[in-house]
Every structure is written in C-alpha cells, then in structure tokens.
Write a protein that binds this ligand. Sequence first.
Ligand SMILES: Cc1cc2nc3c(=O)[nH]c(=O)nc-3n(C[C@H](O)[C@H](O)[C@H](O)COP(=O)(O)OP(=O)(O)OC[C@H]3O[C@@H](n4cnc5c(N)ncnc54)[C@H](O)[C@@H]3O)c2cc1C
Length: 397
Amino acid sequence: MSFTPKIAIIGAGPGGLTLATLLQRNQIPYTIYELESGPDARNQGGTLDLHQNSGQLALREAGLIEEFRDKARPEGEALKIVSPEGEVLWNENSHGGPDRPAESADRPEIDRVVLRDILLNSLNPDSICWNKKLQRIEPGADNTHDLYFADNCVEKSFDIVVGADGAWSKVRPLLTDEKPYYCGISAIELWALDVETRYPWLSEYVGAGSCFMFDEGRALFSQRNGNGSIRSYACVRQGEGWAQDCGIDWTKPETARRELVERYFGDCAEDLKRVILESRDELILRALYVLPIGITWPSHPGVTLLGDAAHLMTVFAGVGVNVAMHDALDLANAIVAWKKSGARRSGLADAIKGYETRMLERGEENAQHSWKNMGMSFSKGGGEKMVEMLKGFGVRG
Ligand SMILES: Cc1cc2nc3c(=O)[nH]c(=O)nc-3n(C[C@H](O)[C@H](O)[C@H](O)COP(=O)(O)OP(=O)(O)OC[C@H]3O[C@@H](n4cnc5c(N)ncnc54)[C@H](O)[C@@H]3O)c2cc1C
C-alpha cells in the first residue's frame, strides 16, 4: 500500500519555499514552520541574480518562470569594477548592458522580497505556520521525529524533516557537530533609498546593476535594488569581534560612516568614499560565517538539510540562493520519484540519501568557488584579476 509521508519544512527562506511549491505541484502534503511572524516581518533586503541552471531551473519546474521573468531586472546584470584609486576598470553600463557568452548570460536580478512573494503566493497559506521558532528536534515513535518549538508547542511524528532554516539551523545538530565559523570578513551594510530623487550622483555612479571595488583586506560592493534603492557593503578583513571592539559607535550612523571611511577607506578615491557617506538610510552590521568546505554526515533516515543549513558558504560568488533552490529541486525530485515508484515506506531513506550525495557535492563545489572569490576580492589588484577572469570567460566590458 502506498504511504503518504508527513513532511515538515523548517524555514520559509528561498530554499524552503521552493521545496514547498514543488511538493505542492506534485500533490505531496507538507507544513512549513517559520520563526518570523509573517511575510512582511523583516526587511528581506538585497537583490539576487538567479542562474539558468539552478535558481531559474527550479522556478521553471515550479511553473513560476514567467512570473519571475515579468518581475526580474535583466538590466541589473550590468557590472562595473573600479580600482581603489577610482579608475574604472570594467563597465558594462557603457554599451547598452552586459554582453556575455551563453553560460554566464541570463542571470537577471530580482529583489529578495519579490522572489519571496512569488514563491509564497504559489502556496496554500494554510500550509505555513508563522511565528514557529524551532528549538530542537528529537527522535519520536516508529522512526519519526518530533519538533519542539519556542512557544512550548510540540509537533509529533514527522516522517521527513527538512532543515531549510539557514546558517544557524536547529535541525543540523541532529546530523553533525559542525558549526559555522567566522570567515574573517565583516560587512557594514548601508542603504540609500529613493536614489533617483535623493541621491542622483550615487544612482549615476553605481549604474544599472553592481559596482565593485576590491583591495587588500577591504572591498566595497554596491548593488541597485528594484525599489529605487542601492545597497552597499563596505567590507573589511578583521577579527570576529571587530565591530564591537573597534571603538566606532554604530548607534550614531552619521559619525560611524565617517569614521569607517577615515580609518579603513581614507586613501581610496573620493567617489568610493562618497558611496559610503551617501548611503545614509540604514546601517546593519554583519559578521560573515561559513560551514567547513566539504561538510558531510552519515545519512540519517527522516531528517535532511538544504541550502545554507547544509553548506553555508561565503557570499562572494553570489550563488547561495541558487544553490539552495537547486537543492530544493533535487530533493523534491527525489521525493516525487520515490512516490511514482510505489511510495513504499522502506524506500524513503534511500531516496533522501541519494539527494544528499548530490547536494553535498554541489555544496562543496560552490563553497570552494566562493572561498576562492573571497581571496581574490580581498587582495591587492583584485579588480584587475576579476577583469582578467571576465575576459577569459569571453565577457565584453
Ligand atoms: C549579506 C549577504 C548577502 C548575500 N548576497 C547574496 C547574493 O547576492 N546572491 C546569492 O545567491 N546569495 C546571497 N547571499 C546568500 C543567500 O542569502 C543565502 O545563501 C540564501 O538565502 C540561503 O537560502 P536558505 O533558504 O537556505 O536560507 P535562508 O535564506 O537563511 O532562510 C532560512 C529561513 O529559516 C528561518 N529560520 C531560521 N531559524 C529558524 C528556526 N529555528 N525555526 C524556524 N524558522 C527558522 C529564517 O527566518 C528564514 O526565513 C547573501 C547572504 C548574505 C548574508
């Protein structure tokens, strides 16, 4: 007799929501548990580029690719690279947009909040439990698992629990003792809102997409978002406690930005300093963490991970969301194939094990790539190296 597994997805990030929409499309029931109080609870921040063979592939399988294309910003792919002295080394804004070979073309940007809405709107709202912060997971009866939440509620007897709960996953400790560690880089996230009206210089300088500066021990990343804002990350290679110990009072953003510029970007071109000084609307401190590259664990029947929960990597290759969505697609495919082949309870563990083999390989490959990119981004002449790399790929700047 075929068996319908009781599935819990922990986390309504891009990975968890992608899995949910793919399961729903295949009439496989699930419940998402998300710690936030609702879809608008927090600034979902930032813009993401979705790649053809991962993020976009998952959306295509979910029947959401047309909606994505309607809402994405292909012009946001334009890349500008500037040296610390202000020399423009590369600019895809100047000749009507990016000109890339097929394998690196078609990576339109979409705001994280817009992507989340596309995915959320595709789901049955009754399948999402908001305000449910998982605290721990424990083995339950008959090879199932029970979920313990911060509100003291316990949900019992899940046949599959998927930890899609990001960097600080509460599901991961059941599978491995590995924990995220500080990658050596701290980022000051700075927002400028309504740039066309309020910061026209910044708007013109950054261009239609991204504007990057790389140097030894520091970097500046600026990206246009769809809602008329520009988000910049001023990044420094410093110790884990730097933001707290450096003596800058971050509660006074105006003086904090000035001190940040004087101490860490003082010898940079005036334009680059101006990017930091003009991004006045929000300041968020972010120490960046990663899981060990090549992390793995013995497969544990009934519990698995995807996305950042499984293989948190540095953000410097801009692939995290794509990898999370690709994981979700692979896991959904594994569960659907298991269902189509008779849905016998005994075969479920093997289906998940097969998914984990592919997912962990993909995680390792992308984590290596992103670690290498971090090295290049925070090295002297990083901009020139990036330009050489782009030319090697056949991109025209
Ligand atoms: C500063 C920064 C910039 C980035 N820029 C890019 C980029 O340009 N391109 C790119 O591809 N990637 C980027 N990334 C990486 C990307 O954000 C992640 O890889 C991606 O969001 C992973 O998706 P996910 O669904 O696995 O996890 P998440 O997006 O982290 O989602 C996890 C979800 O689980 C919920 N949750 C967490 N704990 C619990 C709990 N205990 N109980 C219930 N729910 C819980 C969270 O609230 C969240 O909704 C960036 C990351 C950072 C930090």
